[in-house]
Design a protein around this ligand. Structure first.
Ligand code: 5GP
Ligand code: MN
Length: 344
């Protein structure tokens, strides 16, 4: 995003506008943190801003300031449609293509004539937005929203509410500041957010230490289901719908499970396959260490995408077929998966 575009956006935002802010479907910490952070910033300028999430998100995000104002498109189409139709500006945050908002919302976004502004760090973005702030090297969309506010010359306006929201997304998308996209700049931004009133320890507690007993039991089951293919440095686990039901699964309960597979010594590729009977799919989360691109892997085989080291996708087959398919694909990547790189 260049200086000219920033001035144009500044001019657009200089008078109150009807604004809709959209995260991706199944929003995560970065999606909700960035949309809420931006929402609270725009409210300082008295814009008529609304966050419309395609669908619901996990309970561990529901303490975020402004959560009660978020509309859910698929559950409230009658309220959502007029707001999108009346929007002068639509911000799309933490995703790179309309279909990531789910097909119902994507259709409406495509028809909208509002000016679109994308802020996102996913690979291979579509070019629907008039203003595009896309940078795949960024740790999180929340870090980019901080930069965006800085480009608009408004860092001084970041209050504890905005800081709290942005802290959440940087923390969750960096695995608490440990993934390779975490830079000295990320830590500088985090430092600034703490200065501005983000209660870091409390935020970690709210997100990570509010487990239910049944979620930990579900984690136990996923661990029991863990399989390792040492020669391909790959580990994967499964959760069937029956297992999810047994442990009273709630949205967000499986968040982070896949990282346990990646924490095995010597493993550089990890996957979790989670059955969703309602949508008749197996939802897949993929993680890697080093150069092996799970984004490419998911695009090539599982209708998905994401980042080099974190991606998602789906399979329309049943669990045994999906797993057989996965195992049969792996040898194609033998060279990449077995070679040693940078101490991995
Ligand atoms: P997760 O495994 O945590 O659901 O997602 C990991 C990353 O991949 C996130 O950045 C997420 O936005 C992206 N992602 C997850 N599922 C999909 C998908 O089905 N398609 C695409 N393009 N990206 C996905
Ligand atoms: Mn993100």
């Amino acid at each position: 995003m260049n200086k000219g575009q920033i001035s144009e956006i500044k001019a657009l935002l200089s008078t109150p506008k009807n604004i809709v802010i959209v995260p991706h479907r199944n929003p995560d910490g970065d999606a909700m943190g960035s949309t809420l952070g931006l929402y609270h910033y725009l409210k300082l300028y008295h814009h008529n801003a609304t966050i419309i999430a395609p669908n619901d998100y996990p309970d561990f995000l529901k303490w975020l300031p402004g959560d009660d104002t978020v509309l859910k498109f698929e559950a409230n189409p009658e309220e959502s449609h007029p707001l999108i139709e009346a929007a002068d500006l639509i911000f799309t945050l933490d995703f790179n293509a309309f279909h990531r908002a789910g097909h119902q919302m994507a259709e409406v976004l495509e028809k909208s004539e509002a000016i679109k502004i994308m802020i996102d760090h996913h690979q291979q973005p579509d070019d629907y937005a008039k203003y595009m702030y896309s940078d795949v090297k960024m740790s999180s969309t929340c870090e980019m929203v901080y930069n965006f506010i800085e480009m608009l010359g408004d860092v001084a306006k970041i209050n504890s509410t905005i800081a709290t929201c942005l802290y959440v997304g940087i923390m969750t998308d960096t695995g608490s500041f440990r993934f390779p996209a975490t830079t000295s700049r990320t830590h500088e931004v985090i430092g600034q957010l703490i200065e501005k009133g983000a209660e870091n320890s409390q935020i970690h507690n709210n997100i990570y230490d509010t487990n239910s007993y049944s979620r930990l039991q579900l984690l136990g089951r996923a661990m029991q289901n863990l399989k390792v293919i040492p020669e391909l440095r790959t580990a994967y686990m499964t959760l069937s719908q029956a297992e999810l039901d047994e442990f009273n699964f709630k949205k967000g309960d499986t968040e982070g499970f896949v990282n346990y597979a990646l924490s095995l010594k010597g493993i550089i590729f990890a996957a979790i396959f989670i059955e969703n009977k309602q949508d008749s799919i197996i939802k897949i989360s993929l993680r890697s260490k080093g150069e092996f691109s799970v984004n490419e892997f998911s695009r090539a085989h599982f209708h998905g995408g994401g980042h080099t080291n974190a991606a998602g996708g789906r399979s329309d087959d049943d669990m045994p077929t999906t797993i057989n398919n996965f195992i049969s694909i792996l040898p194609q990547y033998k060279q990449e998966l077995s070679h040693t790189q940078n101490g991995l």
